[in-house]
Design a binder for this molecule. Structure first.
Ligand code: GLC
Length: 561
């Protein structure tokens, strides 16, 4: 398969059109988003908990790294049953995180470095301490009663068989009024009733409150759980048990209801009042790309829908990643792809994919892939230094309630939320006091300070990679073309814009692979932009790819071969 010449010939038409489009290119399509787990990034006031001022103090680090936007996990007032995903007041900053003026300062300091701030927005539920719920629960005749989902017992028990994702029934009996309320997550996270227009209005106000302060939009928490079947029908039960030991349930009547798209369109209208604001969805339930694409609507729902099919790839396998990327890229015009490997809910990707022999090469390879695909990548804080997941060893140290509930089978999510490893000091430069979660032992060696001074470090690799991405029109917004290779363990592709062609080769295996570039593309001159090995130049077209070798090369000259 010889791709290059064809590309060069068709370029005049296709690329001229692309170039015109790129003038109005939306910022979020070219952006690299960096997720910060607010509680764990940097503690400015010595209480052991990360805060907004701590993040502001690290903006130079982030600007140097080359990211364009920060997604901040919830920093609102919360009793922290689910560490901020249980909001008790949407229009405040929780006191452990700072004040509204700290938020305003973060926005303006970030803006002066061309960094956008994306807030996390939890729409499905509030905390049970939210005044709305306190009022709702107070009596059956409360004006807020219908803001949540209340139901009489059926045959002296829960209204139906719906289970909470965190284990047990999704219904909690409230003795005060003898009715059950519904919670898809913890009992401390009662579901809002999104069929009530007053709820929608209240949340629209919340959105405008933050957008007026300069937020660049929202990461929407679990949008797929917003609506439930009004008939409250039982969900079908599948074979076997789920991860928390409950019967496997098909969430037919309490997830992904089609009417949710009407809500997405209405939320989109609100953010569209603000020219630069976006909606980024935690779209976790799609099992196919077609299901994922539904979240984009007709460009009138989410701007960006996270592709968890890519995130969920279990093994470091070229075949697996290729499959999902081809699928996703084919539809880039309908739904701009969003690629991420880690977040605060799952084991960090280096812990999932490392083989102990090639960890450094693997960390760099996964970064290279995620940051050179066509789409918007989301990095998770600390992945740029190769942070790994360190789970608590003792039950008494576990903070995440699901970790305590299901110990020791499941140790919760704390292990991926540990303090950022800034240096090798006792509390890793995160705080001067004992942090809310223990600092992983890896911090002694794996930290920002050490890696900034090492030109072979993972951090230096991310720096170079982000700089290359920024300076290459092909990588920022060019087309993506898969190049079939003889080995199923090698993933190769081109990114191309009118003025730039970049070749990416990823050997996703511990074996050496010979790759004849002549076989792939018409002979060309290559300039190696970045490699996770010692490769500086490509002189021969026969490449002996080392285990997990990654090469990013500019294609300089296409010859008629
Ligand atoms: C999302 C969050 C997760 C939280 C859950 C409930 O999945 O990422 O951390 O526990 O929603 O809000």
């Amino acid at each position: 398969m010889k791709y290059l010449l064809a590309l060069v010939f068709i370029s005049t038409f296709v690329f001229a059109e692309l170039e015109t489009k790129s003038k109005n290119f939306d910022w979020w399509k070219e952006a690299v988003i960096y997720q910060i787990y607010t509680r764990s990034y940097a503690d400015s006031n010595g209480d052991g908990i990360g805060d907004l001022n701590g993040i502001t103090a690290k903006l130079d680090y982030l600007a140097d790294l080359g990211i364009d936007a920060i997604w901040l996990t919830p920093f609102y007032e919360s009793p922290n049953v689910d560490f901020g995903y249980d909001i008790a007041n949407y229009m405040t900053v929780g006191k452990e995180y700072g004040t509204l003026s700290d938020y305003d300062r973060l926005i303006s300091e970030a803006a002066s470095r061309n960094i956008q701030i994306i807030n996390d927005l939890v729409l499905n539920h509030t905390s049970d301490r939210h005044p709305w719920f306190v009022d709702s629960r107070s009596s059956r005749s409360s004006s807020k009663r219908d803001w949540y989902i209340w139901h009489d017992p059926v045959d002296d028990s829960a209204p139906n068989n719906w289970q909470s994702i965190f284990g047990g029934s999704a219904w909690e009996m409230d003795a005060l009024t003898d009715q059950y309320y519904y919670h898809f997550f913890y009992p401390g996270q009662p579901d809002l009733n999104w069929r009530n227009p007053a709820v929608q209005d209240a949340l629209n106000k919340v959105m405008r409150f933050w957008l007026d302060r300069g937020a660049a939009g929202f990461r929407l928490d679990v949008p797929d759980t917003l609506l439930e079947d009004p008939g409250m029908r039982d969900n079908p039960i599948d074979e076997g048990l789920n991860w928390v030991g409950d019967p496997n349930m098909l969430h037919e009547y309490n997830m992904d209801l089609p009417e949710v798209h009407g809500i997405m369109r209405q939320l989109r209208k609100v953010v569209d009042e603000y020219p630069a604001a976006i909606l980024l969805g935690e779209t976790g339930s799609p099992e196919t790309i077609d299901e994922l694409l539904e979240w984009y609507g007709d460009s009138d729902e989410l701007h960006l829908a996270m592709n968890f099919l890519y995130t969920n790839v279990k093994e470091l396998s070229a075949e697996e990643f290729k499959k999902h990327v081809i699928d996703s890229d084919r539809n880039a015009d309908i739904g701009w792809p969003v690629y991420l490997l880690s977040n605060h809910d799952r084991t960090r990707h280096l812990s999932r994919f490392a083989d102990s022999l090639h960890n450094d090469a693997i960390a760099k390879q996964l970064a290279a892939m995620t940051l050179t695909l066509r789409g918007t990548p989301i990095l998770y804080y600390g992945e740029e230094i190769g942070m790994t997941t360190q789970n608590p060893i003792r039950l008494e140290d576990v903070k995440d309630p699901i970790g305590r509930l299901f110990w020791p089978d499941f140790k919760g999510r704390d292990g991926s939320r540990t303090p950022m490893q800034w240096n090798s000091s006792q509390y890793s430069g995160f705080s001067r006091a004992k942090p809310w979660l223990g600092v992983p032992t890896s911090a002694a060696k794996t930290n920002v300070e050490t890696q900034l001074n090492d030109d072979q470090s993972i951090l230096t690799f991310y720096h170079k990679l982000l700089a290359i991405r920024k300076s290459s029109s092909a990588l920022r917004h060019g087309e993506w073309t898969h190049i079939p290779t003889p080995s199923h363990e090698v993933f190769a592709y081109l990114r191309h814009s009118p003025s730039d062609i970049v070749l990416v080769i990823l050997n996703m295996s511990a074996s050496v692979h010979d790759l004849d570039l002549h076989e792939l593309i018409v002979s060309s001159t290559f300039e190696v932009l970045l490699s996770n090995q010692d490769r500086q130049v490509i002189t021969e077209t026969l490449l002996k790819l080392q285990p997990y070798e990654t090469v990013i090369a500019r294609v300089l000259k296409a010859q008629n071969g």
